[in-house]
Design a protein around this ligand. Structure first.
Ligand code: TXA
Ligand code: MG
Length: 340
């Protein structure tokens, strides 16, 4: 299949993307978090193609994207007051809310669960495409299953060229990591995946919010996670990533002691000067938003460098930094080395 390149700032291209989606095709779309691989969420056959194109396990449910809060009502059994308040505060934006699903959600979307995840994205092109399609869109991140999520149309094409009908280029993503996922189907509400809306921001509206064990820890053998996506290896570049936790001095000393071909570093901006191995920066040490924007690109760049082993500076799990830590620790298969 030839994948058509469409431009988000061309109105006729938005209409074309909408047509392809209405006819049951797949389109890569920009959102403020990462690029998504979209299909008509109410067409089970179209949604099944997403799993095929990504090589995604069928038991991993998808997020349904809407372009107006009013579309939410039809997708869920009911909208409790807490959910309404949360949506009014943070939508449109990088937040996904899980509630018990209504009957119109195909099994392919919910992957056999009784709930559905819904998100109202802030990116104007994402909203325009949903409107042009005239239907909510199911969309996982636009990478091959297990790879880092794409934050540009170009990186999405690296994984999806020839596998989908079209990609709509809307420029680089503002947030850079996927949305925060919170379930209100349990009491108290539970954070399943950290993202651009922080745990503190959720607590400001909801009061008590638990953080799922799987946000920071590997699953134990045979354990069933609240979010099926958490059991799969994620965000993994070709290189073996190891997180090095400790002060900058010790980090440099440790990494420079490992200097052989194939070893590379993933560090904060400006730190590469002291390193004697090839280095890719992923943002300023205290700029968690920048780290979120850069983290997936940095992982892909390290692959381009041909890195075999990557020693990554340990992100601070605070605010949006919690999302960066969550993605990087998965890319590292939970391998953390402590240096003093
Ligand atoms: O920012 C985002 O959320 C991006 C953009 C494209 O919107 N989408 C995205 O989708 O990251 P995906 O499929 O890569 O991640 C969705 C995560 C998965 O871990 C999945 O298991 C979980 O959300 N999920 C979806 N529906 C769920 C449900 N009903 N219950 C529990 N977890 C659910
Ligand atoms: Mg994903």
């Amino acid at each position: 299949m030839k994948t058509i390149r469409l431009q988000a700032d061309h109105p006729t291209d938005i209409i074309r993307a909408g047509e392809i989606l209405r006819q049951g095709g797949l389109v890569g779309i920009p959102t403020e978090t990462v690029y998504g691989l979209a299909a008509d969420a109410l067409n089970g056959e179209a949604v099944a193609k997403i799993f095929k194109a990504k090589g995604r396990p069928m038991d991993n449910p998808l997020i349904v994207h809407i372009s107006e809060i009013s579309q939410w009502k039809k997708l869920v059994r009911e909208i409790p007051e807490s959910a309404r308040k949360l949506a009014e505060t943070y939508w449109p934006g990088p937040l996904t809310i899980i509630l018990p699903k209504s009957d119109c959600i195909p099994d392919e979307v919910s992957a056999g669960l009784e709930t559905v995840a819904v998100r109202f994205p802030a990116h104007p092109a994402a909203r325009a495409v949903i409107e042009a399609a005239g239907t909510p869109l199911a969309a996982p991140s636009g990478n091959l299953s297990g790879k880092p999520s794409p934050t540009t149309a170009h990186t999405m094409l690296e994984d999806m060229d020839g596998r989908i009908e079209a990609v709509l280029d809307g420029g680089p993503c503002q947030v850079g990591v996927e949305s925060t996922v919170v379930t209100l189907a349990t009491q108290p509400p539970r954070l399943l995946r950290p993202g651009g809306i922080t745990l503190e921001q959720l607590r400001q509206v909801l009061g008590e919010v638990e953080m799922d064990e799987a946000v920071l820890n590997p699953l134990k053998a045979g354990e069933h996670p609240a979010s099926p996506g958490m059991k799969y290896k994620h965000y993994a570049p070709k290189a073996n990533v190891i997180i090095v936790d400790g002060p900058y001095e010790s980090y440099c000393a440790y990494v420079n002691g490992q200097k052989v071909p194939g070893v590379a570093a993933m560090c904060y901006n400006g730190e590469e000067a002291r390193l004697e191995v090839p280095a890719v920066c992923y943002g300023g040490e205290e700029d968690y938003d920048e780290q979120a924007r850069e983290v997936f690109d940095a992982l892909r760049k390290l692959d381009e460098l041909g890195a075999k082993t990557v020693y990554a500076r340990c992100p601070e799990p605070k605010g949006v930094g919690l999302a960066v830590y969550n993605r990087l620790i998965r890319a590292a298969g939970f391998e953390v080395l402590h240096v003093d």
